[in-house]
Design a protein around this ligand. Structure first.
Ligand SMILES: [Zn+2]
Length: 374
């Protein structure tokens, strides 16, 4: 599966996409409330088919304007609600919650109907009320096709971001493979907070780039200026959009840098070993800096890249001891605290950098687990 992202051109009928997203959100909220109400009244859970039936009723009685929405999109939304409840019943997920309007950002066409694509134009089949009847209304949209896509399209998603721009996501069944020359090298990597973003077992420290820090500083300045403005005023809204645009820039810069880093690692190493991240534990320890650094996003990118280039991607168990044992003699340094960046092994007298030592242990543990000699 590969997803391609295109920006929609600026066009007057984008407003209809905005309305479409808001209306589908209304359906989303309605059906969640409806399920809760049924539960309160002691009625059994209504599955997907029952929800579809109720949707038809609603269209005929209380919610006639839902007729204007593409049925494929509504079915997809009902399927999502059903999936959320099924997960909840199987205790695989929490209680399904209603998304607030500003967090409901996209609509998806999963079926091969409801849209038509030709070159840089996608035509969506909406409906409108005309001469006493709901009729199909085909609305064309153009987008910037900056690259061609490969494979067969599985889903079409339209997304509105916080800046107010619209994006087209085409998910295709295409699997990307590109073989690289084997290098015979393997590496372990440790995520860090203090010294570097990533520390490699060969002693290399990869810092997160300066431009990212500069943008983060500008982000703080802007959000301070936002808090000084009167909420809801014209100036406040302008600052909101400015802030959203800057957030988008930062996340694009970070994403770009992560891709390049993942690419670089794949080129240089045959086997890459990482820790399994314990994000919740890290958050408790370090606060919101974790979400800034977006380790998780990077791990997913690296996994994808390794798959594409047929590199071996290993993750060691979350509770594998990696920081405390000495990578040279195996001595377990119980007294090592979080603030000790450097230490000397009392047994073999080797000087250790905390992160490099951990990276070496991660590499060793990963490769041992792989060959079954733990
Ligand atoms: Zn030692």
């Amino acid at each position: 599966m590969k997803t391609y992202k295109y920006k929609m051109s600026d066009q007057s009928n984008l407003i209809r996409l905005g309305n479409l997203i808001d209306d589908v959100h209304q359906v989303h909220a309605y059906f969640h409330r409806w399920q809760r109400q049924r539960y309160k009244e002691g009625l059994p859970y209504a599955n997907y088919a029952a929800m579809c039936e109720h949707l038809t009723e609603c269209k005929q009685t209380t919610q006639p304007h839902w007729n204007a929405l593409p049925s494929q999109v509504l079915q997809e939304e009902l399927k999502r609600i059903d999936a959320a409840y099924q997960r909840f019943f199987k205790k695989q997920g929490g209680k399904p919650h209603i998304k607030p309007r500003h967090k409901f950002k996209s609509v998806t066409f999963r079926a091969q109907a409801g849209w038509k694509l030709s070159d840089n134009r996608i035509t969506l089949t909406l409906r409108k009320y005309n001469r006493g009847k709901w009729r199909y209304d085909r609305v064309p949209y153009t987008f910037f096709k900056h690259r061609a896509f490969e494979g067969k399209i599985r889903t079409v998603t339209i997304k509105r971001d916080t800046v107010g721009d619209y994006w087209l996501f085409l998910t295709t069944d295409f699997t990307d493979t590109e073989l690289l020359q084997p290098t015979g090298e393997s590496v372990g990597a440790d995520f860090g907070m203090k010294d570097a973003f990533l520390t490699l077992s060969n002693g290399e420290k990869i810092q997160s780039p300066q431009f990212l820090k500069q943008s983060l500083k500008a982000l703080r300045t802007l959000s301070k200026s936002l808090y000084r403005k009167v909420k809801g005023s014209g100036n406040w809204w302008r600052a909101v959009r400015q802030l959203a645009r800057l957030y988008r820039k930062v996340s694009n810069q970070r994403r770009d840098w992560h891709w390049k880093l993942a690419n670089d690692l794949c080129k240089r190493f045959d086997t890459i070993v990482l820790e399994t991240l314990n994000i919740d534990g890290m958050k408790r320890l370090w606060g919101r800096k974790v979400s800034d650094l977006a380790f998780y996003q990077f791990v997913e990118m690296l996994r994808y890249k390794c798959q594409k280039h047929k590199r071996q991607f290993l993750q060691v168990e979350q509770w594998t001891a990696t920081t405390k044992p000495c990578s040279n003699c195996g001595y377990h340094n119980k007294d090592l605290s979080l603030s000790d960046r450097r230490w000397i092994c009392p047994k073999c007298n080797l000087h250790h950098d905390r992160d490099i030592n951990a990276a070496i242990n991660i590499k060793r543990a990963g490769i041992a687990a792989q060959s079954g000699v733990i």
